[in-house]
Design a protein around this ligand. Structure first.
Ligand code: AMP
Length: 300
């Protein structure tokens, strides 16, 4: 079944306690696509500026990502984000966000994208997400991600968006910031009152929690011993989950559990390299092998 992602494509500058790199290929929709394409074809809709390097389009196309919805804006500059990780490699500070071409991105979905059945609205401007939803023709599942930046600056649009989606993915701290609650479960329950029928709260190396009106599932993170750089972990988690759901053509609760397990595994690979480096090196076989280890670890 068809899978669409709309979000940011970026050049990131990333500082860890031991290394600093500039112009790292990044962005929410990009990391999502790198992950989802292990499971299903993906259509990406995003905007970049004229500094975008064509070789990056080619790289994604070679992985089965349909890039026909990537707008390359003449005279524009690609979205740029700079982040610095703390010693613990889990917390990070955003040092700079330059929205550039993302600020007034007005996506026009190609016809095939309008008919997508599975849709992920990766971190991006909530007004843009609302315009995407207006163009969809009967999607089965629409899931969105959001972050502190938009909770701070565009809360009203975000609240409008929440009424129109099936699922929301947020970090622990963002769920609390959005709702004013101090506990993750209370925050998730409050988000359910705002619209979506499920919420997935991501807790970094502490895993993730799925909450709907009738269910709660907990997933630990897969413990990797080779943590290099965690940017994109959330987006690749989402990509694994949505990619698997699209490959199965359903989003019932058993399939969602399996999908979240896949998301967990792809995210565990993502943190083992800078940018998309690690996902370029692995295969679907590596993912399935690690999933089997994960199943053994959580089975009791
Ligand atoms: P994650 O580590 O999963 O939260 O995703 C990090 C990615 O999100 C980076 O590659 C950034 O380029 C991108 N990103 C950071 N801030 C924003 C923002 N305000 N809007 C859209 N994408 C963003």
């Amino acid at each position: 079944m068809s899978l669409l992602v709309v979000g940011s494509v970026a050049y990131d500058t990333i500082e860890t306690p031991t290394e600093r790199r500039e112009d790292v290929l990044g962005g929410s929709a990009l990391h999502f696509s790198y992950s989802a394409c292990f499971f299903s074809p993906v259509q990406l809709v995003a905007v970049v500026g004229e500094d975008w390097r064509k070789e990056h389009t080619v790289r994604l196309e070679s992985r089965g990502v349909d890039m026909s919805g990537l707008e390359v804006r003449p005279g524009g500059k690609t979205f740029r984000w700079t982040g610095r990780y703390h010693e613990n490699m889990d917390d990070r500070d955003t040092l700079e966000t330059q929205l550039n071409v993302l600020a007034d991105f007005d996506p026009k979905l190609p016809e095939a994208a309008q008919r997508a059945q599975f849709v992920f609205l990766a971190n991006g401007v909530p007004q843009t997400h609302l315009r995407v939803i207006e163009q969809l023709q009967g999607a089965d599942l629409v899931v969105a991600d959001t972050m502190n930046f938009y909770i701070d600056t565009q809360r009203d649009s975000l609240l409008e968006l929440l009424k129109k989606i099936d699922g929301l993915m947020v970090n622990d701290s963002e769920a609390k910031q959005l709702t004013g609650e101090t506990g993750a479960l209370a925050a998730a329950r409050k988000i359910l009152e705002l619209g979506p029928r499920f919420v997935i709260v991501k807790k970094g190396e502490n895993g993730a929690m799925f909450v709907s009106r009738h269910d709660i599932f907990l997933f630990p993170a897969f413990p990797t011993e080779n943590l290099v750089e965690p940017t994109g972990a959330g987006d690749t988690f989402a990509g694994g989950m949505m990619g698997y759901l699209a490959s199965q053509g359903t989003a019932d609760s058993e399939t969602i559990k399996q999908a979240i397990a896949y998301g967990t595994i792809v995210a565990s690979f993502q943190v083992e390299g800078f940018g998309a480096e690690k996902l370029e090196q692995i295969t679907r076989g590596d993912i399935d092998e690690r999933l089997a280890k994960f199943r053994h670890m959580v089975n009791f």
